[in-house]
Structures are given as C-alpha cells and as structure tokens.
Design a protein around this ligand. Structure first.
Ligand code: ADE
Length: 287
C-alpha cells in the first residue's frame, strides 16, 4: 500500500510513522508512506496556500491550486474539469477503472481524476464518518492520497472535482486533517495482509461483524438466536495476575472450556456495546 500525505505540517508525521505496527509495516515494505509539503506546490514568494473566503466570514480557506497540483504530480496527470456529475455517494469511487464514462454516472465519475486502485481522501469535519468498514474498503486499494485540510475550510472545488472521498474522523472539529490522516493510516495499515503477523487478530475485535448474536434488548437473559450481522465492540480482556488488588478475573476464563469462553465473550461484547454504543445495536449508525 502506498500512502501519500499532503500537509502544511510535514514534520507532524515523524511520530505516527515511527512506532508500532505502522513502523513494522513500513520496514516490511507492506506499506510505504510519503509525506509532501503542500507549500512546495505554491508558486509565490511566500508560498501561500490559503486565502480569504469569498462572501466574507472568519478564517482562511485552503486554495485549490496547490492541492490540485500536488495530486496531479502524484498521479502524473492533469485533472480535467467538466466531467463532474451530481450524485450523493462516492463510497466506491476509487474502485472503478479510470476514465470510464457511462450515460448513468457511476459514483467514480463524481471526480474526474478517479483512478483504479487509488483513493484521494480529503480530511474534513464535514466529511462522511470514517468507520471500520471504510478502513476495510481503503485497505483493498493500492494507493491512498490523504489531503489534510485546515479547520476553517478547503475550497469546495477540491471536494467536488479532486477528492474521491471526503472523510471525517468524528463529530468534533479539529484544527486540521493531520490527526485524521495519521488515524486513517494506522487503521488501514493494520488491516493489510501481514501487518499484524497474526491474521486472526483483526477478525475478533471491535466493529468486526458478528452474525450469531441476538439484537434483543435484554442481553442478560438471552441465549442468542442467529440474526443478521451486527457491529459489536470487543469483549473484555484480562491477563495475569488472576487477582489484582482483590479484583479477580472471571472464573470462566481460567477454566479452559472454549465453548463456555466463547459464549461469555459474546455476552460481554453485547453488554458492553449496549452500555457504551447502543447506536450500533439500534441500526442508527451514522453514515
Ligand atoms: N479537520 C477538522 N476536523 C476534522 C475531523 N473531525 N475529521 C477530519 N478532519 C478534520
């Protein structure tokens, strides 16, 4: 996987790239990360990348030219306008072949630069929510270009004509897209084959689909009947010591009965999901 990060703070990424799974994945050549200074694509003496908003208002807006030029330099081709068509979904934008044109527009055609295997992601508080399934989709690609916006805003032509995805990492406003880019880099990298060293590790974790549990409101009594798949939080984990300051590890985990352990974990995952993220069970997951 090739990650390209376009930012006005390239040094910001020294930390996130150099630890843990991301570092190991880079060393094993499972992931390659290049960081690009947006100001390198500004042409004036002051290397200006932002300007005042048309129509007035607070703050500065990132200009389109440096972002377009940065992406064009990475893709090795120019973005031609005029192919844009309206639509309300760009979920699979990068999975479609480059340059295909249809009478009924595919989502990929929302951005004229959509290229097979490449996502151009604009980080923005106004984007679609980045979730585990987004990470899974992105992990299938060859290349992800992460464009770090600033909180005041990014010229909308970047969203409309350049980005294949506009993603937010949560319902809060950050000062820029850098933290979001680092977060996406981490969440996607750990899904790449070989990144964790143990392929099972991403199967039984929070937000993995579970298809053998009940969506009944009262989990405490439920012997779960199979229903359609849900996204659940992870079950609780314990390690040694078996007793810590008077607090003991649940007996079932010490017994070695794998079927009992499986059932206990399923029940606890449901309880925790109900307690911390009832929205995951009600079907009200924000998209
Ligand atoms: N930039 C500012 N806020 C953001 C958010 N919540 N997600 C991604 N990028 C952002």
């Amino acid at each position: 996987m090739q990650f390209e990060i376009v930012t006005i703070f390239p040094d910001f990424f020294a930390g996130p790239l150099d630890y843990g799974i991301v570092r190991r994945a880079r060393e094993a050549r499972i992931a390659d990360v290049r960081v690009h200074d947006l100001r390198a694509f500004a042409h004036d003496r002051h290397r200006t990348v932002d300007d005042r908003p048309f129509g007035g208002g607070e703050g500065m807006v990132l200009k389109p030219e440096p972002l377009f030029e940065a992406v064009e330099s990475l893709l090795g081709r120019e973005v031609l306008f005029g192919a844009h068509m309206d639509g309300d979904s760009n979920d699979d934008a990068s999975l479609h072949p480059a340059g295909t044109r249809h009478a009924v527009p595919l989502p990929s055609e929302e951005t004229p630069i959509a290229q097979a295997g490449t996502a151009i992601v604009l980080l923005s508080a106004s984007g679609k929510l980045f979730r585990q399934e987004t990470a899974r989709r992105l992990a299938q690609l060859d290349r992800i270009i992460l464009l770090c916006g600033r909180y005041e805003g990014v010229d909308e032509r970047v969203t409309e004509h350049l980005a294949t995805d506009e993603l937010s990492i949560g319902d809060y406003v950050l000062s820029g897209g850098e933290l979001g880019a680092a977060l996406i880099l981490d969440a996607v990298t750990r899904l790449l084959p070989g990144a964790l060293g143990n392929e099972d590790s991403t199967i039984n974790e929070s937000f993995s689909a579970v298809d053998d549990v009940s969506n009944k409101a009262d989990f405490s009594t439920s012997h779960q009947s199979p229903v359609a798949s849900h996204l659940l939080l992870d079950y609780p984990h314990y390690t040694r010591p078996a007793e810590f300051r008077g607090c003991t590890v649940p007996e079932v985990l010490l017994g070695g009965n794998h079927e009992e352990i499986r059932k206990w974990r399923q029940k606890k995952a449901l309880e925790k999901t109900k307690r911390n993220r009832p929205d995951l069970l009600s079907g009200n997951i924000p998209t």
